[in-house]
Design a protein around this ligand. Structure first.
Ligand code: G3I
Length: 355
């Protein structure tokens, strides 16, 4: 797209205009759903953000609004307001809604972190949370990340928030219910809403063969036991240095499960050493564009069409990427810049979708 057309198009985007007929967007050319993880505050208060979400994406994930601390702030209190804002936006704009996430070692409200009880009471909390939330969103949520990040990179079940370094951060679910909290979570979810597709979601499958193996072993076990599971989420928080072989192996192996495969949280960091002096130069942009294209091409190559649940980017633009806050250093990991303009990597991503 030449620079005049691009700036004209950007004006349309910023003004919230619908896209003119000859201008195609990601959702128009993609052979599967393309999504983004959104923040309801930005959706309601930032025109550029809203225009990009509206014009480019046909699948929505709530970045935080459907997590435990957002929905269940007190043991006997649920608050669906923020979650409803995201879900109602998705439905009103005929976009698929993917729920994230019912069970995780992070995003716990204070009462849960401090809860003391026997395994029966922990199981009751797990079941009540899952079934109350599923029932509230019944018929509106195409799919859910039921359990998020239950394995360490070495393939063992996660028992701490970190890899055993910070003993104080025990993961309550495993430590009070044992490994079967995962199967129970999927069963509770399916009981509450049999129509919702249930996913297991994790990161680093492309870097950790042991984690990848453990996830696949869990799927095999679930199938043998009749535990309902429909999909796997590969978060793919990757960088320009992520090895292509690892991405190919992860995609090939998860495809063999026959489950729906969702690249669920894609971003591609260029500031791999969190260097505060780094400049986002042309060579970094080229490497990042290559990686975005590679991910799409390999997803299309190794995941059979009927298993392609789609590709979701985590956040919308470089201005709202979690990575910048997390690493407290600049980064440019997404398809849109801080002014919600399409970047070079957008074109690479778009062309790979369109092929
Ligand atoms: O809203 C409160 C605000 O009121 C308060 O003043 C502030 C200071 O504590 O915290 C704000 O909440 C923060 C929330 O993001 C909203 O910004 C939480 O502390 C912070 O922990 C939370 O971080 C989120 C993180 O998950 C933990 O839930 C990130 O935004 C979100 O991008 C990140 O997303 C995760 C996925 O869910 C799972 N995969 C990894 C991915 C990246 O970590």
């Amino acid at each position: 797209m030449n620079c005049f057309k691009s700036s004209l198009f950007s004006l349309f985007l910023l003004a919230g205009f619908t896209v003119s007929a000859q201008e195609k967007t990601l959702q128009m050319v993609a052979p599967f759903k393309v999504g983004c993880a959104i923040n309801p505050f930005l959706l309601n208060n930032n025109k550029g953000y809203k225009a990009v979400v509206s014009n480019e994406f046909n699948s929505i994930t709530a970045e935080n609004a459907l997590k435990f601390y957002s929905l269940h702030p007190k043991r006997d209190e649920f608050n669906f307001a923020m979650g409803d804002t995201v879900v109602n936006y998705a439905l009103a704009n005929k976009k698929r809604m993917h729920g994230h996430c019912l069970v995780w070692h992070e995003s716990a409200p204070k009462w849960l972190n401090e809860f003391v009880g026997d395994s029966a009471s922990w199981d009751n909390i797990l079941k009540t949370h899952i079934q109350t939330v599923l029932q509230h969103y019944k018929g509106k949520m195409t799919s859910w990340d039921v359990v998020n990040e239950a394995f360490f990179d070495d393939g063992n079940f996660r028992t701490e928030k970190t890899n055993g370094t910070n003993k104080s951060n025990k993961t309550y679910w495993y430590n009070h219910l044992g490994a079967d909290y995962i199967a129970h979570a999927f069963q509770y979810a399916h009981e509450a809403d049999p129509s919702t597709l249930l996913f297991y979601n994790d990161y680093n499958q492309e870097n950790s063969p042991a984690k990848l193996k453990a996830i696949i072993a869990m799927v095999t076990d679930f199938k043998q036991r009749g535990i309902p599971i429909h999909g796997l989420g590969l978060q793919m928080h990757i960088s320009i240095n992520t090895k292509n072989e690892g991405i190919i192996t992860a995609l090939k192996e998860v495809a063999k499960t026959g489950l729906l495969i969702h690249i669920s949280e894609l971003d591609i960091s260029v500031n791999t050493h969190h260097d505060s002096t780094l400049v986002y130069n042309d060579s970094l942009k080229a490497l990042q564009s290559e990686k975005f294209a590679f991910v799409v091409e390999q997803y299309r190559k190794w995941i059979p069409k009927k298993q392609q649940y789609g590709i979701t980017c985590w956040n919308v633009s470089d201005a709202d990427s979690w990575l910048v806050k997390w690493h407290k250093s600049n980064d440019w990991p997404l398809l849109f810049d801080k002014n919600y303009q399409r970047k070079e990597c957008y074109t690479a991503f778009y062309n790979s979708l369109k092929k």
